[in-house]
Design a protein around this ligand. Sequence first.
Ligand SMILES: O=P(O)(O)O[C@H]1O[C@H](CO)[C@@H](O)[C@H]1O
Ligand SMILES: Nc1nc2[nH]cnc2c(=O)[nH]1
Length: 369
Amino acid sequence: MTGFTINGTDLLKSKALNGSANGDANGRSNNYIAEECPNGATSSTSNANNANNNNNSQQIYVDEAEVENRMKMVINEENYSYELIKEIADYFLERTSIRPVIGIICGSGLNSLADHITDIQAFDYKDIPNFPVSTVEGHVGRMIFGYLEGMPVVAMQGRFHYYEGYPLAKCSMPVRVLKLVGIKYLFATNAAGGLNPKYKVGDIMIVRDHINIMGFAGNSPLQGPNDPRFGPRFPPMTNAYDRHLVRKARKVVREMGIENDVHEGVYTCLGGPNYETVAELKMLRIMGVDAVGMSTVHEVITARHCDLTVFAFSLITNKCATDYDSSEEDANHEEVVMVGKSRQSICGELMCRMIRDLAQDIQQKNGKK
Ligand SMILES: O=P(O)(O)O[C@H]1O[C@H](CO)[C@@H](O)[C@H]1O
Ligand SMILES: Nc1nc2[nH]cnc2c(=O)[nH]1
């Protein structure tokens, strides 16, 4: 329970005195008074010393047990332990005999990528213990196990975004689940705004690299204690997007005859949910960004940390306006989802051909052993 005193008047005194389950008879011993300092900082002192404090400063009563509970919540939210992630992985392993080699994350409007999977076994996120739920339109919220081009795969129809209120570590926690389920490759897809002036709506950008803008501000999915069972404290990111898979994508795109509509470029993730201002987009372009989204980067960092091989592509769902007189329509999620749906067959074909090619490589490698 928290209480507030303003100018010496205890606004929640009755609650503080009567309602504290953990406090003493006066409901006070486990409480702290946080005093608002003149410079706006907050200092905490045991309320035993302050019970009679009647000065004009603002005071905030904070219940110790409540603080502890909230700290636990924060720690648990942001740092899913290895054991908890293993429990989620085991939930799947106990319910399906499929042992996927590739994990696929379907971007906004790209749920249909999973339609190519056969012999499916599907799990709704809401039924998976300790799993978050999808709250964004265009993200179904289902984990699908099955076979694609003969390869055992698992696809996430729906991902988690920072703007939904999930910390980055929780947004990318499913990648660790998939790692413990056994995948070796992560194929991430997303919808993104095209910042490179050459990109058209409906084009595809093979992600060559990313700029982790949220990381510039110290926000990382790997923040907090490192568990070496997942990976090292300081993982490198120079080969974040596997160069062999990028080369393979180039070949596949040529075979499909779509090379004029496909590019290689740099993706960045902003926190969202708002789209960018013109000034922000100009700055991102100067930095070398080709496509802007609100996902993928933290998933890829988490994937590389646990040594998964990553391939990613963005579907360009809108063109980013970099001048104030631009005739581009304002970015909006309806358009994003609609373009996703209208380009589902080309995106699906790219994904299937990549996986077919990769399956051949794996078979060849295994044959050589
Ligand atoms: O990255 P995905 O999930 O594909 O979706 C992108 O599209 C949505 C905005 O329209 C945001 O969620 C952004 O991240
Ligand atoms: N941040 C961002 N995310 C998107 N997702 C789809 N389009 C966009 C965009 O223009 N900006």
